[in-house]
Design a protein around this ligand. Structure first.
Ligand code: ZN
Length: 466
């Protein structure tokens, strides 16, 4: 049996692994490379002869785990694409949007290069189109959690809950070869324990070989108080000052998590019943997927959905799809809450709301997720006194706050907890999906705690698993 690491090596994007066992070639994840210095890898020819690839299994619907699927299908892959049913629906939202963005991006570059009379590093054609995404989506097959899925005669796969986002999975493969069975487990992205909405990460019974992510392999999440209490103070403060609360929003999971907290505060009368706009068609669509796949949610949330205190239907909540409705929000008098994408303010409707409101001292801008270097969100979060939005300079007079505690990723302690959950210690552990320092810190800690043969693989490295 051979395992090849085709991404998420020394980086947090481009998750992709190839398992060759029992005469089968199985790809685990097919993620987009998103760091600037690695974008060229998205354009490389497929890492395995397409006609020899038998199965593709996806851990979850984040772009860095499924974002290269439309390209793989456009390159000729005709086999099944397996993911949990909720992941299939979320991947539909994510990949269609990605196809549109790839097209827009290519058009934008074409114009700029024409204007500047030069050629860029990458072709001025989209990596894939919205149509390519549509074609790829037809090949998806939904599977249930904890059900055996036969991949040929000698390999069986299981999808276990990863507790990261709706539908996210830890993948377990049982391979029968040369008269014995060996077990491989891929963590995908592991979530935190005791989070709202999704269940806790599943502990897998046993594994011979484990591939574990290390996004937060060198960090512990800050304890700064309950997110719900912090949000309560922020909403009340903003209302007292007569301003609006703008929340740059990630469409999947984070948006629903913020709605969950707001709903609790409303139902418990801890905040005034303001209008709350979810001004993002993508987030509205994702919220509907949550409702259609309530079976993936934790027991507490399922009870809430059946009760009068519904987390996604509370007094004041408005789901906004059209541009006209979105523009109308700016004419509203009195305080309101506006959740709009994109989460890092790199595009989308949040930029229009910021344009109107960031210069007002009554406004509050609340960040609930990671802001990458070089984004408008990061500039604002870092306290810039002026920012450029749509080509205009704006003074930042709004109050800017952050809640750090809403990460969808396990921290160092929780990653160790997950790895130590196997009843028998794995024979080998491969640490991936982290910045080099994070992966090293987790590998060192696991070794110090007694794990044998912990390794940080390199890009395109192949290991033989005895
Ligand atoms: Zn993820």
């Amino acid at each position: 049996m051979r395992l090849t690491f085709l991404g998420a090596t020394g980086q947090v994007t481009g998750s992709r692994y190839l398992v060759e066992a029992a005469g089968r070639r199985i790809m685990i994840d097919c993620g987009l490379f998103q760091e600037r210095e690695y974008l060229a890898r998205n354009w490389e020819p497929p890492p395995v002869a397409i006609d020899q690839l038998d199965h593709v299994l996806l851990t979850h619907a984040h772009l860095d785990h499924c974002g290269l699927v439309p390209r793989l299908v456009a390159q000729g892959y005709r086999g099944p694409l397996l993911a949990t049913r909720a992941s299939v629906e979320l991947a539909g939202i994510v990949l269609r949007d990605s196809g549109h963005l790839q097209e827009e991006d290519a058009a934008f570059k074409r114009h700029r290069h024409q204007r500047e009379g030069r050629r860029g590093r990458f072709p001025e054609v989209p990596l894939y189109t919205a149509r390519d995404a549509e074609v790829a989506l037809e090949r998806f097959q939904g599977v249930g959690y904890d059900q055996p899925v036969a991949l040929g005669e000698h390999v069986t796969a299981w999808f276990h809950d990863a507790g990261h986002i709706l539908g996210s999975a830890v993948l377990e493969l049982h391979v029968r070869e040369d008269g014995r069975e060996r077990r491989l487990v891929f963590s995908g992205d592991i979530g935190q324990w005791n989070r709202p909405l999704v269940r806790d990460p599943a502990i897998v019974a046993s594994a011979d070989y484990v591939v574990v992510e290390s996004t937060y392999g060198d960090r512990r999440h800050l304890e700064e108080g309950e997110p719900e209490d912090i949000l309560c103070d922020i909403v009340n403060d903003t209302e007292a000052r007569g301003g609006n609360l703008l929340i740059p929003t990630f469409a999947i999971e984070r948006a629903q998590e913020v709605l969950y907290y707001l709903s609790r505060l409303v139902w418990q009368d801890r905040i005034p019943h303001l209008l709350v706009f979810l001004d993002s068609p993508m987030a509205v669509n994702a919220t509907e997927v949550f409702l259609r796949h309530a079976e993936c949610l934790d027991d507490e949330t399922q009870q809430l959905l059946r009760s009068a205190q519904h987390p996604f239907a509370f007094p004041g909540l408005r789901l906004v799809r059209t541009v006209e409705e979105s523009k109308a929000i700016n004419r509203i008098r009195g305080s309101c809450v506006i959740m709009a994408g994109s989460g890092m303010c790199t595009g989308g409707r949040i930029k229009h709301h910021l344009e109107h409101q960031i210069g007002r001292p009554q406004t509050t801008v609340l960040f609930v997720g990671y802001q990458a270097r070089g984004t408008l969100g990061r500039q604002i979060a870092d306290g810039a006194s002026e920012v450029r939005i749509h080509g205009q300079t704006h003074r930042v007079r709004a109050r800017v706050v952050q809640i750090h505690g809403l990460s969808a990723h396990a921290d160092q302690d929780e990653l160790c907890r997950w790895v130590h959950g196997f009843a028998r210690a794995p024979r080998r552990i491969f640490v991936t999906h982290g910045e080099p320092e994070s992966s090293q810190a987790l590998a060192d800690l696991l070794t110090a705690q007694g794990s044998q043969r912990v390794q940080i693989p390199e890009y395109q490295q192949t290991v033989v698993l005895e």
